[in-house]
Design a protein around this ligand. Structure first.
Ligand code: PHE
Length: 345
């Protein structure tokens, strides 16, 4: 009997030392397995006499039951410990705020474009769209900038296959739209009847080999074009001033037209603006190129420059958006950083 008490104690200790179910099974084998201690005791019974066999058999059985009970108690303890561990690992803090599906928003440049379209729309301008891979003709030559023209070097152009370019400005849209418009009104023109005016803006992506805090190789411009029989610089001024005031929702700003040069306009002007208050108060900021459309460009549109005249402008949308939203680095618009973008939702 003494021997079996000791055996049960050793089993209890061995089971207690098992840290995992696998270790416990190993310990079990040492006592209850085929060559385990309890089994060995059973085997010895065969060599005993009937009475002794009975007495000792009962003791061994009792010991075996004791070991089995210890085993299942330890099994359960290990299983519970494992469950507790798992529960802790998977625990939910039900006091945390719920996770919502994030809602997106329009990109600030898209918002600026929509504002521009709405404002010019209210002044009777259509919105046109065109290709970003442009032919040399539309991007340069039709705009009075032939192959050997020094003004070509004003643009650091991305050339692509087939002699095409990534458009360096939205000005090719002047020609594309005007040619389409003239074609649609060819019959009236041929009959000497007046043609409805061309009044269009064309916002979109443009490309130049250029990259720093205020230049990105991909940027946005909006082209404006108004052609009729008596559209003058005065109209350009009034349209542009109205636009800028509406865009920035203030009349507390000044606009100046600074003489400049573009091959496709004559005379040409750079448009600068200055806020009357706020952090940029008193600083002239360039926002657009502009001018009266050059007679050769009018001709390339399929119109008679003796009869048709008008103005064009090309403004930097990114610059306008930076000023409106107070963004100091242009590259923030194109990095795709949600911390920046989500501020515009
Ligand atoms: N296309 C010119 C530029 O990108 C801007 C411009 C447009 C100037 C229309 C005059 C008229 O610099």
């Amino acid at each position: 009997m003494e021997a079996f008490t000791e055996l049960a104690q050793r089993a209890e200790q061995a089971f207690g030392e098992a840290r995992t179910p696998a270790e416990l099974e190993d310990a079990k084998a040492r006592f209850l397995g085929k060559s385990g201690e309890v089994t060995a005791q059973m085997k010895q019974l065969a060599s005993l006499g009937a009475d002794e066999k009975k007495a000792r058999g009962a003791e061994i059985n009792a010991a075996k039951q004791r070991v089995e009970a210890l085993l299942s108690a330890r099994r359960q303890a290990l299983a519970e410990a494992e469950l507790a561990l798992q529960l802790r690992a998977e625990s939910l803090d039900i006091t945390l705020p719920g996770r919502r599906r994030g809602s997106g928003g329009l990109h600030p440049i898209t918002r600026a474009m929509e504002r521009i379209e709405a404002i010019f729309g209210s002044m009777g301008f259509e919105v046109a769209d065109g290709p970003e891979i442009e032919t040399d003709w539309f991007n340069f030559t039709a705009l009075n900038t032939p192959a050997d023209h020094p003004a070509r070097s004003m643009h650091d152009t991305f050339y692509v296959e087939g002699g095409n370019v990534l458009r360096t400005h939205t000005s090719p849209m002047q020609i594309r739209h005007a040619v389409r418009h003239v074609k649609a009104h060819r019959a009236a023109l041929d009959a000497g009847l007046p043609m409805p005016e061309i009044r269009v803006i064309a916002p979109g992506r443009t490309y130049r080999v250029d990259s720093d805090a205020t230049h990105s190789p991909m940027f946005h411009q909006v082209e404006g074009l108004w052609i009729g029989e008596s559209i003058s610089f005065k109209d350009l001024k009034s349209v542009y001033v109205s636009f800028i005031r509406a865009f920035f929702e203030t009349s507390d700003l000044q606009i100046r037209f600074r003489p400049s040069y573009f091959p496709f306009t004559e005379p040409s002007a750079e448009i600068d603006m200055m806020f009357g208050s706020g952090p940029l108060k008193g600083r002239w900021l360039e926002v657009s190129g502009s001018g009266q459309v050059h007679p050769q460009v009018i001709r390339n549109m399929g119109l008679d420059p003796e009869r048709y005249i008008g103005f064009a402008f090309g403004s930097g949308i990114d610059r306008l958006a930076m000023l409106r939203y107070g963004v100091a680095d242009l590259r923030l618009f194109f990095d795709g950083d949600l911390r920046f973008l989500s501020q515009f939702k």
